[in-house]
Design a protein around this ligand. Structure first.
Ligand code: LMR
Length: 397
């Protein structure tokens, strides 16, 4: 008998399975609205020019591959602290923040969930719907999950009252994951007022919150997109943050992420840092250097930074125009006003009122790939295909 016989096979990860199926689909007419990667007009996910230049520069000056240390690239950590807390934030000089390089946003999430576990969190609340990997990360750390309502299906906007009503059932000491700008899968974001109210609420209820910031700069711009996170932090006084550079720097496979926290006391943050270092040591031992090095090089150089910001702006503006065009076509074809709300949503994703069987039908009959949740990756579209894509989608709405 094999030592592996106690294992039975798991179903494939839905999104990764979709990626493979799309690649293997031999049809000439096919559309990939599945995995969340940005594509240009030629359907290509480019390396940003600021990234290529930073890599060339790194190669020139690099003399060693020796470990960087438990926090990874400290310039990277400082740059992400600038983004999240602000360059002049008092909490930083007071020793009430921490930051660690992590293997992607998901690595940062794992550090946060690991820290929650050590704090004594037993259950973590995630939005319904959410990125399917959120409950997976929580459950694989041995914690339970529960969900809170997030958006109003009729208006296509965030529903703070429902969110707070559900989170009122959380016990003191429960964990909560809240997504920053460009909610995955709905594209529906909280207002600044919602963020502030949520921060005050979670503080009063003693909830342990992690904010997941994976699309900074994809909604309205770098400053505007972080304003809600800052309003939350002001009101809550404490939180963890996972930050991903996969999308805004186009660094997907390089796994460039950062785990951060803000605490009420420097003593609390000093102790938390030792735990984060310990969890990181026990999992990947030392964080990866290349992606974080690219980001630090770009953000540490005025010209490269300006070039990256211009590329980020052009990705954002392109997604906004694609959204508008798709929304217009879908409203016209289906007469559904709900689809007009696509233009008020942000980032790469929106969720269409398409049932899992509808998504399957689109894939089988028309070569249009989207997960069963009805989520579409707007950034996978291109202008010339929109009328045809809308025509196909309208058949199941
Ligand atoms: C997505 O949601 O499509 C991306 O974040 C990719 C992933 O790993 O799921």
């Amino acid at each position: 008998m094999s030592q592996f016989s106690p294992l039975s096979s798991l179903p494939p990860d839905a999104l990764l399975g979709l990626m493979t199926a799309y690649r293997e689909d031999a049809r000439a007419e096919k559309y990939d609205l599945g995995v969340g990667v940005y594509k240009d007009d030629n359907g290509h996910t480019p390396v940003l020019t600021a990234v290529s230049k930073a890599e060339a520069r790194m190669l020139e000056v690099q003399t060693t591959k020796v470990y960087e240390g438990p926090r990874g690239n400290v310039d990277f950590c400082a740059a992400i602290e600038d983004f999240v807390f602000g360059a002049g934030a008092a909490a930083r000089t007071e020793g009430r923040t921490l930051s660690f390089t992590a293997p992607g946003g998901c690595g940062a999430l794992s550090l946060g969930v690991g820290l929650m576990r050590r704090i004594g969190v037993k259950k973590v609340w995630v939005s319904n719907p959410t990125w399917p990997n959120h409950p997976k990360v929580v459950q694989s750390a041995g914690l339970g999950t529960a969900d809170y309502r997030y958006a109003d299906p009729v208006t296509g906007t965030a529903d703070r009252a429902a969110m707070i009503e559900d989170l009122s059932k959380a016990e003191r000491g429960d964990g909560v994951i809240v997504q920053g700008p460009c909610h995955n899968p709905t594209g529906i974001d909280l207002t600044i007022e919602d963020w502030r109210a949520l921060g005050a609420f979670t503080k009063e209820r003693g909830l342990v919150v992690m904010l997941d910031v994976a699309y900074h700069g994809f909604a309205h711009g770098l400053d505007a997109d972080i304003a809600g996170v800052r309003a939350f932090l002001d009101a809550a006084g404490e939180a963890m943050i996972s930050y991903s550079c996969s999308k805004n720097f186009g660094l997907y496979r390089e796994r460039a992420g950062c785990f951060l926290a803000l605490g009420e006391t420097p003593e609390g943050i000093a102790a938390a840092s030792t735990h984060v270092a310990d969890i990181s040591r026990a999992t990947w031992s030392m964080p990866p250097a290349h992606g974080a090095g690219i980001v630090a090089t770009i953000l540490g150089d005025a010209a490269l930074r300006a070039e990256w910001e211009a590329e980020l702006t052009s990705m954002r503006e392109r997604m906004i125009s694609l959204r508008r065009a798709l929304s217009g076509e879908l409203v016209q074809r289906t007469g559904s006003n709900l689809l007009a709300s696509l233009t008020t949503q942000n980032g790469m994703f929106s969720q269409l009122p398409v049932a899992p069987e509808g998504a399957k039908q689109l894939r089988e009959t028309s070569g249009l790939y989207m997960p069963g949740s009805g989520r579409i990756n707007i950034a996978g579209l291109n202008m010339k295909d929109i009328p045809r894509v809308a025509e196909i989608i309208a058949t199941v709405i």
